[in-house]
Ligand binder design. Sequence first.
Ligand SMILES: Nc1ncnc2c1ncn2[C@@H]1O[C@H](COP(=O)(O)OP(=O)(O)OP(=O)(O)O)[C@@H](O)[C@H]1O
Ligand SMILES: [Mg+2]
Length: 363
Amino acid sequence: MYGFIQALFGRKKSTKKTVTKDNNEKTEEISPSLPSERKNYSSSKKYNQKGKQHFSAGANKGKSRMNKPLKDRSLEKDEESIDINRFIVDVSGISWDDIAGMDSVKEELQEVVALLKPSKETQEAIEHYNIETFKGMLMYGPPGCGKTMVAKALAAECNATFYLINGPEIKTKWIGESARVVREVYRDAQNNKPAIIFIDEIDSVCMSRETSSISETTRDIVNSLLTTLDGLQEMDGVFTIGATNRPELLDSAILRSGRLGKGVRIDLPAEEARRGILEAKYSKIPLADDIQIDELVESTAGYSGADIAGMVSDSARYAWRRNNHQAGGQVSREDIEKALRKGSSVSQECVAGYKRWEQYAFQ
Ligand SMILES: Nc1ncnc2c1ncn2[C@@H]1O[C@H](COP(=O)(O)OP(=O)(O)OP(=O)(O)O)[C@@H](O)[C@H]1O
Ligand SMILES: [Mg+2]
């Protein structure tokens, strides 16, 4: 099956070396990245000295759980080795309004809000229709299109504690302990409900077990994650979101209902979303009067949200340089044309690959 999924994306396998706890090297088969480059996550950039992540945008938007006392420090005995607080992220600086476009995604996620924070009426309706509640979902799509942003806004909307587990980080930083870290995060989440556990780059901790040269360590992590997710049925108020740019690498068992049975594709931003991102970004940057946002909306077709954000800041930097680093200038057409030369980081082939994959995965 793995081979079949690979064929859907038309990519070849390659290998990578990992170092196990006892310092032995293992070689794992992996696919080349769906996007042209795989992002390099650096935890040190994101954590402050207390080990918590912070957002700079909009100080008082949304509601924060950061100050909420953890009700049960049941992990005290392990605190020296695992500080669960480092997985909790402040989402108070983000809300649905910061996410341009994506109306259908937001609408779909309203069901999650209803499940995590059910009003009396919602609860009655769920019981009336005997709705089978779901405890997790998979967000997939090209890089830089808002998966992380959407998950954070969702947590803010539900006033939920947001735990961020970075797949590659827990695999490399907690060698031999990754499974325990995941379990501990879930245990903590149970004491801080409602909670959303966001597993970023979930493909790295839930790689297909059919991959022939998968290491025993990775296999253990996958098994443990699946078992942990099975336990979710008993955990009301804890919701898991897995995110990936590489869904074809996932072990298909993760997609069973009861685990991450619901899939949400986060696509390249459509016209309205691009307009929203451009307007928001250029609202803080002086733009020459002869430039219309509408023409930029057209020029950025096929760009990811991150590409657009990068293009805008590049154009501002070019203007700054052109004006000899002095204040008072404006971003000109010439600056924008230069910034647009980089183009989109996401190919059409890559976008089509997600659609082919989902037809197969959620059939
Ligand atoms: N719909 C959107 N509205 C506003 N900004 C957006 C939107 N989509 C993307 N962006 C911008 O792109 C940046 C990257 O978004 P985000 O990190 O959520 O993407 P991602 O899908 O999680 O990427 P990756 O797969 O690389 O983790 C955001 O910080 C934001 O500046
Ligand atoms: Mg992300």
